[in-house]
Write a protein that binds this ligand. Structure first.
Ligand SMILES: Nc1nc2c(c(=O)[nH]1)N[C@H]1C(S)=C(S)[C@@H](COP(=O)(O)OP(=O)(O)OC[C@H]3O[C@@H](n4cnc5c(=O)[nH]c(N)nc54)[C@H](O)[C@@H]3O)O[C@H]1N2
Ligand SMILES: Nc1nc2c(c(=O)[nH]1)N[C@H]1C(S)=C(S)[C@@H](COP(=O)(O)OP(=O)(O)OC[C@H]3O[C@@H](n4cnc5c(=O)[nH]c(N)nc54)[C@H](O)[C@@H]3O)O[C@H]1N2
Ligand code: SF4
Ligand SMILES: [Mo]
Length: 734
């Protein structure tokens, strides 16, 4: 990779008695480079240093990254398997006793076999996550289909990346989250960012974002809240939650009306223009303003800036994707790039801010209900045959596609699914409509949870297996650019904890399926098999060897063989992945959110993140600095709305929706629309905002609508209305 203008060589210092291990952060898709400090006398991790030579992030890290190392030797680590003998204590932290691995394995195998002989193979399920390496994600898919022989496997990417994935598949015929490397971003002339709180969620992207403006380029942000990035935007499109489809259609309409369409590009490289035009042309600024609440002049200005920019990148995140029309939103915003031909060349393109550390790789290699390694499909007999050759099973033995993550909870409630192997996810906090989800977990006959900390979901388990943190194992991860990178081991597993892959190989042996797994003795062995299984698929990793990753500072997929350096820029040859080589301009009529505000629930509730916590918070709520900075959830309310309800800053209020209620501290801020309230979702038990969210699923991606539902606020005390205080100013520095 060429070095960009920010690149500076700064030597790291090592102290006597210490070594530095090159690796990446355990958390988000940025996968910032870091060096873990290891005490060579104890062989324990004791700290972190920046990794200045990592080309994407150049030594930068956020508050989560600089404290991530504190997980490894944390007092709360699970060091031995736990078994609960008294099932009446399920749903609480109580009743567990320590056990040996032999006893835990023995119990799991006996229970799994009992359930499968009584109720069929598909009575078991696997629910997984993508904070794991590609090797572990790959093996988890194989474990479900070959060791457990069940169709029911899905994963937390359904709540995260599945709308972006399905939108890109429909538009481009391939799903790589970014069509260009991050090292291009600061050189573009316009960033159009929708539904991403970039400064809090991908903070180490910000130096590139600000550089666009510093160079005289533009930043446009579409978000119902005035996030740190929205505040400095040239245009902030402060839309109502759930109305992006109208906004995106309006942008495309204005780009065409303003003469910014690239007719030649559209003609040669796309299908669907006429049908799309038919839909978008009704989205005039005035009509769109009625739906979105954004002033018409802002819409016109935004389209003009994007249209005039020689190069531009359209970017988005969960704000637009976690809607029951998330897939349409993705394709609608992507239409902006295609209509103007601003794609398939450096400094222009489309990118989603992939969420989890391995949100990209983890969705490509067989953890999805309907997918197999290399982004293959179970519905395609040729794909099944290719994977069966690597796995050594017959196509008849390959289980059918299962159902999506949220739908699995429904099957637990009706007893179609009776056993669960949960790893790398904490759905008792992070799934929507939690009252139902927690009831589904309670309804299981037997549940196993693998985690390194006792999570809220582990409280429902019969057996808890201790796994390792990212720093105690090695493997590859695919970052938000589509760059395959290497995670290195800095310490031996703490206590008796084991990597997920080792647990699965050992369980497979005891389940009588050892012949398919016992050759996998190291993470490297799994990498060899996994690259082979991906060979020839869309997401081809065959040529992305560990050596090449080291030499090139990562390898962008597709990377088909040894000689192939990989693909930093997608579509440079203007070839999209549909059979005719063209991209699809999608015609997407507007649909409102599943639940609109009404008399009983007059507000819009939206949910998301703060910089200090990660997802369900099971890791970050244990880190003292992060917990101190944000100890509890809050509800953001506009000062005028607060006045209307007679509520004061830091007063506790009840927030209610049709599904449930919870109490939160009020944070009065001008940085939110008057008709909208926002709550971060990183907290468990009665503090989970997901008790309130709606499980309206996108029909294609099955992604829940975390970003919009109807809500009401209730004062807890009957005391006279307190005076609404001064709005507090945001303190986040970026
Ligand atoms: N600090 C931190 N960083 C993280 C994570 C974390 O938990 N904490 N998680 C990682 C993961 S897995 C993910 S998926 C990403 C998520 O990254 P983001 O998607 O950036 O984060 P969110 O807070 O979920 O939502 C983004 C923004 O969407 C806005 N929004 C809400 N409703 C709408 C809408 O209808 N339309 C539009 N246009 N915007 C809307 C919200 O106001 C919010 O500012 O972050 C990753 N990085
Ligand atoms: N209301 C609302 N809800 C949301 C969202 C939202 O914006 N609003 N966002 C959604 C999104 S985008 C996401 S990604 C989900 C994520 O939600 P979850 O899937 O719950 O994600 P985590 O909290 O990361 O859960 C991972 C769990 O696995 C453990 N873990 C970490 N690494 C490993 C490993 O290598 N192996 C094993 N076995 N365990 C490990 C952690 O300790 C943690 O308990 O939440 C979704 N829920
Ligand atoms: S931006 Fe993401 S990857 Fe980087 S340090 Fe923060 S959490 Fe870790
Ligand atoms: Mo996510």
């Amino acid at each position: 990779m060429p070095k960009d203008k920010f690149f500076k060589v700064i030597e790291n210092r090592t102290h006597p008695g210490e070594k530095l291990v090159d690796t990446h952060c355990s958390y988000c898709g940025m996968q910032c480079g870091m060096k873990l400090r290891v005490d060579t006398s104890t062989n324990r991790i004791i700290g972190v240093e920046p990794r200045y030579d990592w080309p994407v992030t150049l030594g930068k890290m956020c508050p989560k990254g600089v404290t991530a190392y504190q997980q490894t030797n944390h007092d709360d680590r699970l060091l031995k398997p736990l078994i609960r003998d008294d099932r009446s204590l399920r749903g609480t932290k109580m009743g567990f006793r320590e056990a040996t691995w032999e006893e835990a394995y023995g119990l799991i195998v006996r229970k799994f076999q009992e359930l499968q002989s009584g109720f069929g193979k598909d009575s078991l399920s696997v629910f997984s996550g993508v904070s794991m390496t590609n090797e572990k994600c790959y093996l988890t898919g194989k474990f479900a289909r070959v060791a457990l022989q069940t169709r029911y496997i899905d994963y937390n990417g359904r709540f995260c990346m599945s709308s972006a994935a399905a939108g890109f598949m429909r538009t481009f015929g391939v799903d790589r989250g970014s069509t260009l490397p991050w090292t291009d971003l600061h050189e573009t002339d316009c960033l159009f960012i929708a539904g991403s709180n970039t400064a809090e969620c991908h903070p180490t992207s910000m130096f590139r974002v600000w550089e666009v403006q510093n160079r005289g380029g533009y930043l446009i942000v579409a978000d119902p809240r005035e996030t740190p990035i929205a505040r400095r935007a040239d245009v902030h499109l402060d839309l109502r939650p759930g109305t992006d489809l109208a906004l995106a259609n309006c942008m495309v309409n204005l780009l065409i009306q303003g003469g910014y369409a690239d007719r030649e590009f559209v003609e040669k490289h796309t299908n669907g223009f006429d049908a799309m035009l038919e839909v978008v042309k009704q989205f005039t600024p005035e009509y769109t303003s009625e739906i979105t609440g954004v002033a018409p002049e802002k819409l016109i200005r935004a389209a003009e800036i994007y249209g005039k920019a020689p190069n531009a990148v359209v970017m988005f995140a969960r704000g637009i994707e976690q809607q029951h029309k998330g897939v349409d939103n993705v394709s609608a915003y992507t239409n902006m790039s295609l209509v103007t031909g601003k794609i398939g060349r450096p400094k222009s393109g489309v990118a989603t801010f992939t969420g989890q550390g391995n949100g990209q790789g983890g969705r490509e290699h067989g953890q999805k209900a309907d997918a197999l390694p290399g982004y293959r499909k179970i519905a395609n007999p040729k794909h099944v045959e290719e994977v069966c050759k690597v796995w050594g099973i017959t196509p008849e033995e390959m289980p059918q596609p299962g159902v999506s993550a949220y739908e699995m909870f429904g099957l637990m409630q009706d007893k179609t699914i009776r056993g669960l192997y949960l790893l790398c996810s904490n759905p008792a906090v992070s799934a929507p409509n939690l009252n139902e989800v927690r009831a589904a977990l309670m309804n299981l006959d037997f549940m196993v949870c693998c985690d390194m900390f006792l999570s809220e979901s582990a409280e429902f388990a019969d057996v808890v297996l201790p796994t390792v943190t990212w720093s105690e194992d090695e493997g590859t991860v695919t970052n938000l650019e589509g760059r395959v990178i290497k995670i290195n081991k800095a310490q031996e597993p703490l206590g008796e904890s084991k990597p997920d892959w080792e647990i699965q190989v050992e369980l497979a042996e005891r389940l009588g399926r050892g012949q398919y797994f016992r050759h996998l003795k190291t993470a490297r062995d799994i990498n060899d098999e996994f690259r082979l299984a991906s060979k020839g698929g869309y997401a081809d990793y065959y040529g992305a060897t560990w050596e090449k990753i080291e030499e090139q500072q990562g390898v962008f997929w597709p990377c088909r063989d040894e000689a192939d350096p990989g693909t930093p820029h997608m579509f440079l040859d203007k070839k999209f992945y549909h059979p005719d080589g063209k991209a699809l301009l999608c015609a997407l009529p507007y649909r409102p959110p599943a639940e609109e505000p009404c008399g009983d629930y007059p507000l819009r509730l939206t949910t998301g993140r703060v910089v200090y916590h990660y997802l369900s918070g099971n890791q970050t709520r244990r880190i003292p600095f992060l917990r101190d900075m944000c100890p509890e959830p809050f509800v953001e309310v506009h000062p005028e709305t607060a006045k209307r309800y007679g509520i004061a800053h830091e007063e506790m209020v009840r927030v209610r929706t049709r599904r449930g209620e919870a109490e939160f501290k009020v944070k009065i801020t001008e940085a939110i629309r008057r008709d909208t309230v926002f709550v971060p979702y990183h907290f468990g038990h009665e503090k989970s905002v997901n008790l309130l969210t709606i499980a309206a699923l996108d029909p294609t991606s099955k992604m829940p609508e975390f970003k919009a539902c109807a809500a009401e606020i209730e004062k807890l005390t009957a005391a006279p209305a307190a005076q609404a205080q001064e709005p507090i100013k945001e303190v986040i520095q970026t």
